[in-house]
Write a protein that binds this ligand. Structure first.
Ligand SMILES: C[S@@+](CC[C@H](N)C(=O)[O-])C[C@H]1O[C@@H](n2cnc3c(N)ncnc32)[C@H](O)[C@@H]1O
Length: 206
């Protein structure tokens, strides 16, 4: 049920188009691995790894992945502690964060982004999707939903208070981390003000 609602309310198809079609892809905060699995199913040339602090979600994700046909998708998930970014020899071709950074304090967010940049391949890309803080009515509805999800129903695990960054704050965060950045809105036809910020680690910054 949760995954169905998530699928219909998040712009996963548009987001998938922002992720390289091949290479080693890491999703931090993958939850039930809905987007990670979609990435792996839409290109067999992606080797997708998902990590999350929520052991229950990772267990459920693992059970769903086990039902895929052999060779259908290259995907694995793992329970990891908060702030951890697995190291990969040669770096990750892409690191993806979908609706995770609002769950971190500004300091923890900056540290996590810095660690991600360190673990990217020389021409790797960091793809960050969040809900923007404008338009204000849409943002207020999305933020209220997230408060319910984290503090009341506890669908979403967090070890910080919620801080909702604007698309512009995210853009500056990635620029400060030394990436070449572009942003886009992905909210056409959606109720939530989805936005994406894409940072590339150019050879100059590698
Ligand atoms: C709103 S859910 C999004 C899940 C998934 N990315 C998606 O788009 O369906 C946020 C996820 O971030 C995870 N999370 C929260 N804090 C985290 C942290 N510090 N490190 C890794 N994952 C975290 C939560 O457990 C939850 O699964």
């Amino acid at each position: 049920m949760h995954c169905h609602v998530r699928w219909w309310t998040a712009p996963f198809a548009a987001l998938e188009a922002e992720v390289p079609r091949q290479g080693a892809i890491l999703e931090i905060g993958c939850g039930h691995a809905l987007f990670s699995t979609y990435l792996a199913l839409t290109s067999r040339d992606r080797q997708v790894r998902g990590v999350d602090i929520d052991a229950d979600k990772i267990e459920q994700a693992g059970a769903a992945i086990a039902r895929l046909a052999p060779g259908e998708a290259d995907i694995a998930v793992e329970h990891r502690p908060s702030g951890d970014v697995p190291v990969r020899s040669g770096g990750w071709d892409a690191i993806v964060l979908v609706d995770v950074l609002y769950l971190l304090s500004p300091v923890a967010r900056r540290e996590l982004i810095g660690r991600c940049v360190d673990r990217l391949a020389p021409d790797g890309v960091l793809v960050v999707k969040e809900v923007d803080t404008s338009p204000r009515f849409k943002a207020a509805v999305a933020q209220f939903q997230e408060l319910l999800a984290t503090k009341v129903f506890r669908f979403t695990a967090t070890d910080h208070d919620l801080h909702f960054p604007s698309a512009d704050e995210l853009r500056r965060l990635l620029v400060d981390a030394g990436l070449e950045v572009r942003t886009d809105r992905l909210d056409r036809g959606y109720f939530h003000p989805h936005c994406v910020v894409i940072g590339t680690r150019s050879l100059r910054t590698a």
